[in-house]
Ligand binder design. Structure first.
Ligand code: GTQ
Ligand code: FE2
Length: 372
């Protein structure tokens, strides 16, 4: 090994490496250990954003920015600290593949209709009365609802209600950016006008496990919003049985016309972790962004303890050991989205259970969140 290092540091090699750089050429012998490491070594870090911080900054943004001043939406994104120095790669990246943000809309405001090649989803955190208009359908939003806007669909938001509304956005922005596939277009008018009845798709799918016979063939987004009451009912049904050792009681939002994930590139789950629940640790190729919808507890990620409570967001990077513990007397509900479909499409998804110590990591560090 010492001999190897000496060789790489020798003047002959160093000079040659420098020499070919001038021609925009590079030496593989220098790069291969970092380029092709044994297992995923993401630059994205495990991280947690407290709700207090997010909320305070959104409230400060209220007067500084309005959708009427351009810029499309009042959204503040979660920048992974491991990716900030990698602009433009890593820009607006919560994980290496996904972007997450909190978006605030005030009564009377309209965020203009547009469409793009990024797929989007929304999870409603607080408030009600605003709607998202997706392909001519006004979808009124309530806490706990999940909305999907797969790529290329027109969408805009407007708020005829009387209290501020906050939701989570998740888009595959870093992926589409890296792939060079970004297209964006503004709608010719400020906001699209309705062409179908309000909440059309949620009503068409109110039956749950049945689909309209006209939706037998695969459609991009036959169901635009998944109502909280239905998600909760599904979780209650599951809760009568044994929980999954890693994820408790978890359901995935699917496209009912084809059974695949509701967004082609982003998986979205709601999981219920009953009070006192302690999961076993595992790791997988895909990376996940969590939003704490209800309850409190902590997640151990590669030996680091992240305490969370209602409203917080946290990230589990690729291939990181993680396990969840609920400490609140009420059950915890975690919304999450991940790049699982991307990993699966590239045949990269692998999973491993933590075998030592009955499946539990040692806690070696406690994460200290930044507060406003
Ligand atoms: O609401 O359409 O957070 O296009 C980022 C890009 C939200 C949106 C974001 C978007 C949107
Ligand atoms: Fe958008």
């Amino acid at each position: 090994m010492a001999e190897k290092n000496e060789f790489f540091q020798s003047e002959t090699v160093q000079n040659f490496n420098k020499e070919i750089e001038k021609y925009y050429l590079g030496p593989l012998w220098n790069a291969i250990p970092d380029l092709m490491h044994k297992q995923p070594a993401p630059h994205a870090q495990a991280y947690l954003w407290k709700w207090e911080t997010l909320y305070k900054k959104l409230m400060e943004a209220k007067d500084i920015f309005t959708p009427d001043r351009g810029g499309e939406r009042r959204a503040i994104y979660l920048q992974n600290p491991g990716l900030t120095n990698r602009q433009p790669w890593g820009w607006a990246s919560t994980t290496q593949t996904l972007y997450a943000a909190v978006q605030l809309i005030l009564p009377g405001e309209t965020a203009p209709s547009h469409r793009h090649t990024q797929s989007a989803l929304r999870f409603i955190i607080e408030g009600q009365g605003a709607y998202s208009i997706v392909q001519g359908e006004r979808i009124f939003m309530e806490e706990g609802d999940f909305l999907t806007t797969p790529q290329t669909l027109w969408h805009g938001h407007s708020h005829p209600g009387d209290k501020p509304m906050i939701w989570m956005d998740c888009l595959d922005i870093p992926t589409i950016y890296a792939l060079g596939g970004t297209f964006f277009e503004s709608y010719p008018e400020k906001i699209e006008q309705p062409s179908v009845p309000d909440n059309y798709s949620a009503m068409r799918y109110a039956g749950g496990m049945v689909r309209p016979i006209s939706d037998r063939s695969s459609k991009i987004a036959p169901l635009g919003s998944f109502k909280w009451a239905q998600t909760l009912a599904a979780l209650h049904g599951l809760s009568r049985f044994e929980p999954d050792p890693f994820d408790g009681y978890a359901v995935e939002y699917i496209n009912p016309s084809n059974g695949l994930t509701a967004n082609p590139t982003i998986a979205a789950w709601m999981q219920k972790l009953p009070n006192g629940f302690r999961s076993k640790a595992h790791r997988h190729t895909h990376s996940t962004i969590y939003q704490v919808f209800k309850g409190a507890g902590y997640t151990v990620i590669n030996g680091e303890q992240f305490h969370w409570s209602k409203g917080d967001f946290f990230v589990v990077p690729n291939w990181a050991w993680h396990e969840h513990v609920v400490t609140s007397s009420e059950d915890a509900y975690l919304f999450s989205c991940s790049d699982l479909p991307i990993m699966e499409k590239f045949n990269l998804e692998r999973e491993e259970a933590y075998e030592e110590n009955q499946g539990h990591q040692q806690i070696v560090k406690e994460f200290v969140p930044l507060l406003p």
